[in-house]
Design a binder for this molecule. Structure first.
Ligand code: HEC
Length: 93
């Protein structure tokens, strides 16, 4: 087989990056976010309903949930991963 010329290598690299580079990364992040949302949905009722009525996500804006979760995370002594999942869930609706 003939040795690949530099421009061929460049072309192959561009194709591979195009296919598996940033777009694939974005899809991976989106999948991870969705998994967090699902997890947050399961945690919401038992966690957020323990001390007061579980507040529905639609009650506040995403920016408000950012602030509220800083406070409730401390109040409820939530593990970091659970707090992240709950925040993604609350902001997703
Ligand atoms: C350990 C008990 C506890 C848990 C668990 C808890 N909260 Fe709270 N929450 C409080 C208390 C107490 C307040 C009243 C404000 C204060 O004194 O800090 C409050 C206030 C709030 C408020 C403001 C209510 C209002 O309209 O004045 C929101 C919104 C809220 N919590 C959301 C949540 C969410 C979302 C979760 C789940 C992640 C959660 N809370 C879990 C104790 C808790």
């Amino acid at each position: 087989m003939q040795r690949m010329r530099p421009w061929t290598l460049l072309l192959v690299a561009a194709l591979v990056l195009g296919k598996f580079g940033p777009p694939a990364l974005a899809a991976e992040e989106e999948a991870e976010r969705r998994a967090l949302v699902r997890r947050g949905a399961r945690l919401w009722s038992p966690y957020c309903g323990a001390c007061h009525n579980a507040r529905p996500a639609s009650e506040r804006s995403p920016a408000e949930w950012d602030t509220i979760m800083l406070h409730m995370r401390v109040r409820a002594n939530l593990p970091a991963e659970d707090a992240r999942a709950l925040l993604e869930y609350l902001k997703a609706r």
